[in-house]
Design a protein around this ligand. Structure first.
Ligand SMILES: [Mg+2]
Length: 148
C-alpha cells in the first residue's frame, strides 16, 4: 500500500512556492522627495519581484501632471498614483486611511506622524515612518552619481 503521507509530501515539494504579492503605499513629499534614488531602487526591486507600489499623496488632483513628471524624472515607477480629490473635506490622514483600506495595502511609508498613527490605529496595514534624511554635501552626491 503506498504511503499517502509520502505522496502528499512529494506533491508539496514540487509545488511552486506560493508567495503573497505585497501592496506598498508610498508618500511623496518628505518621503520620495527626501531620498528619490533610494526609493527608485527600492520600488524597482519590489516591482521586479511581483509586488505592487502605489503612490499615495496628499497632493490634490490638480497637480497630477506636474507630479507625474516629477516622478518620471526620478525614474520612479508605480502601479497607480492616488491623489487627494480637490474637494476632499476631511483631513489628509483620513484620506490616506481611506486609500489604504480601499486598496488593502500592507504597508504605507510616510514622513508624517499623523498619517502613520492614523494608518496604525485605523487599518490593518503597517505604517513605516520615514525619518528626515540629512542633505548630502554636493561632492557626495557627485560621487554617488559616478561623476567624479
Ligand atoms: Mg509627506
Amino acid at each position: 500500500m503506498p504511503d499517502i503521507r509520502e505522496d502528499e509530501h512529494m506533491r508539496k515539494m514540487k509545488e511552486p512556492v506560493r508567495r503573497e504579492n505585497l501592496r506598498f503605499g508610498i508618500d511623496i513629499d518628505g518621503t520620495i522627495t527626501q531620498a528619490p534614488r533610494h526609493f527608485q531602487r527600492l520600488i524597482d526591486a519590489l516591482m521586479k519581484t511581483g509586488n505592487h507600489v502605489y503612490i499615495v499623496t496628499g497632493r490634490d488632483e490638480s497637480r497630477r501632471t506636474e507630479t507625474e513628471l516629477f516622478l518620471a524624472g526620478c525614474g520612479i515607477r508605480y502601479d497607480e498614483m492616488m491623489m487627494r480629490p480637490v474637494d476632499w473635506a476631511e483631513t489628509i490622514p483620513d484620506y490616506k486611511v481611506k486609500i489604504v483600506r480601499e486598496h488593502d495595502l500592507h504597508m504605507l511609508i510616510d514622513d508624517d506622524e499623523a498619517n502613520c498613527w492614523a494608518i496604525q490605529l485605523q487599518t490593518q496595514a503597517l505604517a513605516a515612518h520615514m525619518l528626515p534624511i540629512p542633505e548630502l554635501p554636493e561632492e557626495m552626491v557627485a560621487l554617488l552619481d559616478g561623476e567624479m
